[in-house]
Write a protein that binds this ligand. Sequence first.
Ligand SMILES: C[S@@+](CC[C@H](N)C(=O)[O-])C[C@H]1O[C@@H](n2cnc3c(N)ncnc32)[C@H](O)[C@@H]1O
Length: 226
Amino acid sequence: MALVSARQRGLVAGLGDLVSQWTFDRKHGLEAFMPREVEATEDQAGFRPADSVQYQGVDPGLAREVLLGIPAGVRSQATFVDYGCGKGRGLAVGMLAGFPRLVGVEVSPELAAACDRNLRRLRERHPGVALEIRILDAARYEPPGGPLVAFLYNPFLGPTLDEVAGRLGRRDDGHPVWVAYVNPRGRGAFPRASFLERAAWEPSRAVLLERRLPASPTTPAGSPGS
Ligand SMILES: C[S@@+](CC[C@H](N)C(=O)[O-])C[C@H]1O[C@@H](n2cnc3c(N)ncnc32)[C@H](O)[C@@H]1O
């Protein structure tokens, strides 16, 4: 993991990232450092292991920066969903960014249990925040209504990502939907599902997207009210 980070960002920046991850985990009571493969045997109907990416915790500094790009009025109202929450570092960043409700969706029961343990300290410090961890294939998860922020740290690609993006793009309850996507290897899935890119952290470190609102029906000229 250290080698991957150093290769992507250069040795000094890569080592700096690792130190800041370790410091974040210690400060908030997480054990989220070690990567873990996704088991092809995860017991979920329809789960496509070939689409899945192994567990690795997100860079908390970058995740925070991306989340703070979402308007404060949305953050204070929205449900934050971490698709592929792993050991919970993304959820921890979401809690600290001020979301009132958070959901972690994770296909691996073992990782979901680690996530639950990891967030104990933050839950005690933020008793008013609602947090739920669902053991489920993200492709089958139906998010709650209301304003929504979907957080992804490169959890899966292929048909699983298309299914998640399509479901988010088809929501029609009139509330905003934002996607914070770190290491956006499948970023093309969201424009295909009616999302517009609002900000990008290059080179391909993260993107922030907002669902395009459906065009309001136009009133034909000459009709009542025109
Ligand atoms: C790169 S990790 C992201 C961890 C976490 N979001 C974070 O920010 O620290 C990807 C996670 O997605 C999970 N995952 C992969 N495919 C999944 C699927 N189809 N449904 C739910 N979780 C999945 C993996 O088990 C892994 O924990």
